[in-house]
Write a protein that binds this ligand. Structure first.
Ligand code: 13P
Length: 288
């Protein structure tokens, strides 16, 4: 297959009561392992990269790898740009072949968030690319994006409805109490708020900060309308820990394949767990 827009797969997920996993990848091996996991589970998949990774690897390299992965498998795969504040990076990624982009103007006042999101929605709609926007402010650290706990802000359900109406954005990430990175204690998810937002907004909702949320809480959030779950930190940790273990056992190792193979295996296993948890295993046909 070719890369697909994430719109149809996320709408199917919202209607079907499950979530599609969106995995942040930073290297070719991470991308391959995420694809192997989704293919084994016959799940739709969203590969995503942060702006930092786009600047590190190049949107063209990432898109070429994702396109090759899509051509080699039968599962639907979308390529998404995570948390972008820069319009020119969005344009660059769409031109490279990304099929989904996030415009994150959540730090700006509501009207400015609407203005920036509408501009991206118009551009993306013309080329069949999905758009995600954020309301409220997800706390924690994601790449270069740092939001202190005191600055995190939950999304207001009425504002969510007004925002979707004003922008026509096809996917919404409302801040509902999760955070990027590993939680110090348990996350404080506001389930009643998810319910109220889902009642007012029928577009697929996105759960950010998917690392470290207890399984029962993920299931509950998904059952209430969260149709995409982003996972970054946990995958980076299992991938890096596997590499560290190789070097701990053999400090002189100098063949990248020797430490990348166990790292890929570890990431694949972690990705499979998230796929099963989100209920998207066996759902590839929904978006084919
Ligand atoms: P985690 O790093 O907490 O998994 O969050 C990922 C995320 O939401 C990316 O946008």
């Amino acid at each position: 297959m070719t890369l697909v827009s994430s719109t149809a797969m996320l709408q199917a997920a919202r209607a079907g009561g499950y979530a599609v996993c969106a995995f942040n990848v930073h290297t070719l091996e991470m991308l391959q392992a995420a694809v192997e996991a989704a293919a084994e589970a016959d799940a739709p998949l969203i590969l995503q990269s942060t702006v930092g990774t786009v600047k590190h690897l190049g949107a063209d390299y990432i898109a070429a790898a994702a396109k090759t992965a899509a051509a080699r498998t039968r599962i639907p795969i979308a390529l998404h740009l995570d948390h972008c504040t820069e319009f020119d990076v969005i344009v660059q990624c769409i031109r490279a072949g990304y099929t989904s982009v996030m415009i994150d103007a959540s730090h700006d006042p509501f009207e400015e968030n609407v203005r920036q999101t509408r501009r991206v929605v118009e551009l993306a709609a013309a080329v069949g690319v999905n758009v995600e926007a954020e309301l409220g402010r997800v706390g924690g650290v994601e790449d270069d994006l740092v939001v202190a706990d005191a600055d995190a802000l939950l999304a207001d359900p009425d504002e969510c409805a007004a925002f979707v109406e004003a922008t026509g954005v096809p996917t919404l990430a409302p801040a509902i109490g999760t955070a990027h990175g590993i939680y110090k204690g348990e996350p404080n998810i506001d389930f009643a708020r998810i319910e109220r937002i889902a009642a007012k907004v029928d577009v697929p909702l996105v759960l950010h900060g998917g690392s470290g949320i207890p399984e029962a809480q993920v299931r509950r959030a998904v059952s209430l309308g969260m149709a995409k779950m982003n996972v970054a930190t946990e995958l980076r940790i299992v991938f890096s820990d596997a590499i560290k273990a190789v070097f701990a056992a053999n400090p002189d190792e100098n063949d990248p394949r020797k430490y990348m193979i166990p790292a890929k295996k570890a990431l694949k296993a972690a990705a499979l767990e998230k796929i099963r948890l989100c209920g998207c295993a066996g759902k590839a046909a929904d978006a084919r």
